[in-house]
Design a protein around this ligand. Structure first.
Ligand code: 9MR
Length: 589
């Protein structure tokens, strides 16, 4: 279709796109992960109740009540908290956590009895106050003293909480990161008691409360460099009849790793030992990835957990919302700093669907706000006559269109004639809309990258140009030539583009940094309907960002070209690297 034809059917396109992912709707009931996953596993969260920390049990109460069926004290059941001095116990805050859980029908995971971290020195001092693990000669008396303290701590703590704490991370992080050892050699427990401290701890815990499920908990428990040694430790303990019932896989992960294959293989390895599996401290740091990529990663991981829900019985997130995470700026959780659900939350609501579909099913795909910014209407995908709406378009000052949807307003009730299309989030003046718009259609639009594996050409290094559209994060089109030069994609049919993404040098597997002078500095996105005449649609200048991600006013294109005039910000290095050019749009017909 030529431009003239387009005009002939009065296809008016007015799109003001801006990409803030502001809250879609305040007037809906958030789905509950606790309910959604009740036939699979507990959904847990680490809660901060420690006297020295912000109390998320209060500040994040609504999310905790709505979403969780299992609570872990982030710090308040660790040895330094419970027994800061020998015989002096501090149960007040953890008791509050336990009462809260009981009141609301939640279980409590105990974390942790024996660890090298957050454990006071007094455990390891002899009668004279000397640190036993610093001695040249450790006597049997010294060893027995440390064993008796460890056992006394286990006894006091497990007796105090009784069956209110249904499982314990009896031993935490005892396996070395160094391939030469199984047991972390520098652990004060190993240095005073010896490697047997693990057996002694589990046996004591079982004796104190035979009902409690006893876990060994560790980080990097799915990483090939470490999991073999964790597996060996557990195998040996089980062979000796030590009462270990489960493995806690912490799950402090990233968007790009560990791989699903490593996670799955590890689940199988541990399950084959007959152990129950808890994911005990899950969070997925954003790194330089987008919220959408984080969401997709959460979706995949939860999909895998569901597949193994016969052995995985608890999935606990290490925190509640990004404003209270030990990972600081890495925003690794399902709720943002304003306690609003992130794409990652919506992704796990139903792992069979994209996050934005799940979101739209609850919030509506489009929300309508008045001049005061209040929501007075939402619409799910579908077709509507303006006259039938439960609210008046006259009140609309602003609309917000969810990712993956397009709203069209039509001049006629039968949706022929002029139409205005809105993609993503839109600010608009309500002027004349009630008179003009007689019908509304809200449709899903593809959130797929339409450049993926399409035919490409380039003015230089053409034989490698396909690497920029192959979807692989580690293959690139990287010409060394005198600019300007270009790479063009044939979309094979006309599209209305609404967004483009360009992944440059810094996104590469060896760099992964958000800004770099090696990233392309000046480049232009051009479109064409015939592959001959090109129009500039977006100009990027003085760029150092590794990922360029920009919205476009809906623009029709069959061919798209990346035209590069300055391949880096450096005089001395003129090597361009494009890992991926992604294009998003709707078929123009
Ligand atoms: O989240 C906990 C943080 O508030 C503490 O400062 C930190 C100190 O050791 O411990 C964090 O929790 C850790 C958990 O107990 C064991 N696995 C690693 C967790 C993150 O560091």
């Amino acid at each position: 279709m030529t431009k003239r034809n387009l005009a002939a059917v009065c296809f008016l396109v007015i799109v003001l796109v801006f990409s803030s992912s502001s809250v879609l709707a305040e007037n809906y009931v958030l789905p509950s992960l606790r309910e959604i996953y009740k036939d699979y596993f507990h959904i847990g969260g680490a809660i901060s109740v420690a006297s020295w920390a912000p109390k998320t049990l209060i500040s994040h109460r609504e999310i905790i009540l709505g979403q969780l069926s299992s609570l872990t004290a982030e710090n308040a059941m660790k040895p330094d908290y419970l027994q800061p001095r020998e015989g002096v116990f501090n149960f007040r805050e953890p008791d509050n956590l336990v009462s809260f859980a009981k009141e609301h029908g939640m279980v409590v995971r105990g974390h942790t009895l024996v660890w090298h971290g957050q454990t006071p020195d007094w455990f390891f001092r002899d009668k004279n106050g000397q640190l036993i693990y610093e001695k040249d000669q450790i006597t049997d008396e010294d060893r027995q003293l440390v064993i008796s303290r460890m056992e006394a701590h286990i006894e006091a703590v497990m007796t105090h909480f009784g069956d209110d704490v249904y499982c314990w991370d009896v031993v935490n992080e005892a396996v070395s990161d160094n391939a030469a050892y199984i047991h972390r050699p520098e652990s004060p427990w190993v240095r005073t008691i010896g490697e047997d401290f693990i057996k002694i701890a589990f046996r004591k815990a079982h004796e104190v409360n035979p009902n409690a499920k006893l876990f060994y908990n560790d980080y990097n428990a799915v990483a090939p460099y470490k999991r073999g040694r964790i597996h060996k430790l557990l195998t040996d303990l089980l062979a000796e009849g030590v009462p270990v019932h489960g493995i806690g896989i912490q799950g402090h992960w990233g968007v790009d790793g560990p791989s699903l294959a490593d996670i799955e293989q590890s689940i199988k390895m541990y399950a084959e030992l007959g152990l129950e599996i808890h994911i005990t401290e899950m969070d997925i740091g954003m790194g330089d990835f987008t919220e959408e990529e984080q969401a997709e990663r959460y979706r995949q991981v939860f999909e895998l957990f569901k597949k193994y829900s016969d052995v995985i019985t608890n999935v606990t997130l290490w925190g509640i919302a990004d404003d209270a995470s030990w990972r600081g700026d890495d925003d690794p959780l399902l709720f943002d700093r304003n306690h609003e659900p992130k794409p990652a939350f919506w992704a796990v609501v139903d792992t069979d669907k994209p996050w934005y579909v799940n979101k739209a099913e609850y919030t509506g795909a489009v929300i309508f706000k008045n001049a005061a910014g209040q929501i007075f209407g939402t619409l799910k995908p579908g077709e509507y006559k303006a006259a039938d709406l439960s609210f008046s378009l006259a009140d609309v000052a602003r609309i917000e269109v969810g990712t993956g949807y397009m709203m069209s307003l039509y001049e006629s009730e039968d949706r022929t004639g002029d139409a205005w299309h809105f993609v993503r989030t839109d600010l608009f003046d309500g002027a004349n809309w009630p008179d003009k718009a007689k019908a509304i259609a809200i449709r899903t639009i593809s959130a797929q990258n339409i450049a993926l594996n399409k035919p490409v050409e380039a003015s230089v290094l053409s034989e490698r140009a396909h690497r920029a559209v192959d979807g692989a994060a580690d293959t690139s089109w990287a010409p060394r030539a005198t600019p300007p030069y270009w790479l063009s994609v044939d979309l094979q049919e006309p599209y209305l583009l609404y967004r483009w993404v360009c992944k440059l040098h810094g996104t590469g597997p060896l760099s992964r940094i958000s800004h770099s002078p090696f990233n392309a500095a000046d480049f232009i996105l051009q479109v064409s309907e015939d592959g001959i005449n090109w129009t500039d649609v977006d100009v990027v200048e003085d760029n150092t960002a590794s990922t360029t991600e920009r919205d476009l006013d809906l623009i029709k294109a069959r061919y798209v070209r990346l035209f590069v005039t300055r391949p880096t910000s450096l005089e001395v290095n003129q090597n361009l690297v494009v890992y991926e050019l992604e294009l998003y749009g709707l078929p123009a017909e």
